[in-house]
Design a protein. Structure first.
Length: 284
């Protein structure tokens, strides 16, 4: 028997678990909609794009907040307890949510075991599309009457992601430089997908304090490799990035890890990142 792709196999297993609970939960207060509690904006966007008007999504990260290690309020915990499905990323990304979701028993961790050290899967459009497939199948298991709509909306979203992936590959195929100096190690998946080398100031958590020796080595690397830009982030103070840029004599630009809510959606924000990268890396 041929092996199933990992994302599909995960989705099938999750669907089997969720089918066991789907028929015993009431959603009368929500007009029959499936209640989804999502850890942060990118998971909310998946549920909303796939679910359409058949779901009611609660984003558990407040607007403007950085989602790493977000602390749940009592209202958030109630939302997880009441949800038909709780979406989260494991690996310590949001440990409070992971704990609450496990207690509720209707949860879906969208990280594969090999991804526990770096949860930023959404910065690779192809990996984000795999996560969409898992959410689509889980919603279909909970709400079989809406399965055709979930499949239709999911296919449309995956088509958008495939077009974005093609655009990113083409846009970053011919660049003078390939090193990206980032505020924290959020861009590993993006870098691997498009042939770049990430050099982060800190690790996967943006709250970590930078090591002065690391900053000195990065300043040397910036000068040695002809790096033109140190990247700061939208939801994190630019102070360290600005200090490193001053030391190395280069500029600062925002490369968004897309951890917060976006006015115009994921694909548009990724295209802004693409334009920023092309300028910084001297792409033709």
């Amino acid at each position: 028997m041929p092996r199933r792709p990992a994302a599909v196999a995960m989705a099938v297993a999750v669907a089997g678990v969720l089918l066991g609970t789907a028929g015993c939960r009431s959603t009368a207060d929500d007009g029959g909609r499936v209640r989804v509690a999502a850890g942060f904006a990118r998971l909310s966007e998946l549920a909303e794009r796939v679910g359409g008007d058949r779901v009611r999504v609660s984003d558990l990260t407040p607007p403007g907040a950085e989602p790493h290690d977000v602390e749940l309020s009592s209202t958030d915990i109630d939302a997880v307890d009441d949800a038909d499905l709780a979406l989260y990323l494991g690996g310590g990304f949001q440990p409070g949510l992971a704990e609450a979701a496990h207690r509720a028993g209707r949860s879906l961790d969208l990280l594969k075991p090999a991804e526990r050290k770096d949860p930023h899967i959404w910065l690779d459009p192809a990996r984000y599309a795999e996560a969409e497939t898992v959410v689509e199948r889980a919603l279909g298991a909970i709400d079989p009457g809406g399965a055709a709509g979930y499949r239709r909306r999911g296919a449309a979203f995956r088509s958008e992601l495939a077009a974005l992936d093609h655009e990113m590959k083409a846009g970053l195929a011919t660049c003078q430089r390939h090193e990206i100096v980032t505020a924290h190690a959020a861009f590993g998946y993006l870098a691997r997908r498009y042939g770049l080398l990430q050099e982060p100031v800190t690790g996967v958590s943006p709250e970590a304090e930078p090591d002065p020796r690391r900053l000195a080595r990065l300043a040397d690397l910036v000068r040695e490799k002809g790096v033109t830009t140190v990247f700061s982030e939208r939801l994190v103070s630019p102070r360290v990035a600005e200090a490193l840029a001053r030391e190395a004599g280069v500029r600062v630009a925002v490369l968004d890890p897309l951890e917060g809510r976006l006015k115009d959606g994921y694909a548009a924000a990724m295209r802004r990142n693409l334009a920023t990268l092309r300028t910084a890396l001297g792409c033709t």
